[in-house]
Design a protein around this ligand. Sequence first.
Ligand SMILES: [Cu+2]
Length: 163
Amino acid sequence: MKYLILAAAAAFTLPATAFAQDHVIEVTDGFVRSSNPKSAAAFMTIQNDSAEVCTLAAVETPAAAKAELHTSKENAEGMMEMLPIEGGIAIPAQGSHTLARGGDHVMLMGVTEPLQQGDETPVTLDFGECGKVELLLPVDNERMGTAAPETHAEKTDAAQMSH
Ligand SMILES: [Cu+2]
């Protein structure tokens, strides 16, 4: 049983790595999770290997009417709520940023067909001058979290290190 789980994890992880044309941006450990038939969220780790800040400005996908960049915040009542991110998500030079449940994520709204476990969702990340990254993200509706971003904590700012 243990072997089966490990094999499945490896199969899902490998194709989710993608590079921009010149290898400036590397995306790893991406997946899509859909908790209802109409919306879904995409999570991943984005590595910026260039000497400049690269900003994830927009996301396109044929799988949904709209893709927005969201962050999650706890409101005054202690409830988690999602807010659109204005101005995109900046990935520091020689650094990385993880989109994870309970934090920043790509929100797919108006999903055209329900995303089933094991489906693959095409997603294009637009980093402006840093290029575009085309991904085919596995749908994993059972996955609860993403890999802990401990390996790049030292490259991110204090606000990101707390999670
Ligand atoms: Cu959201």
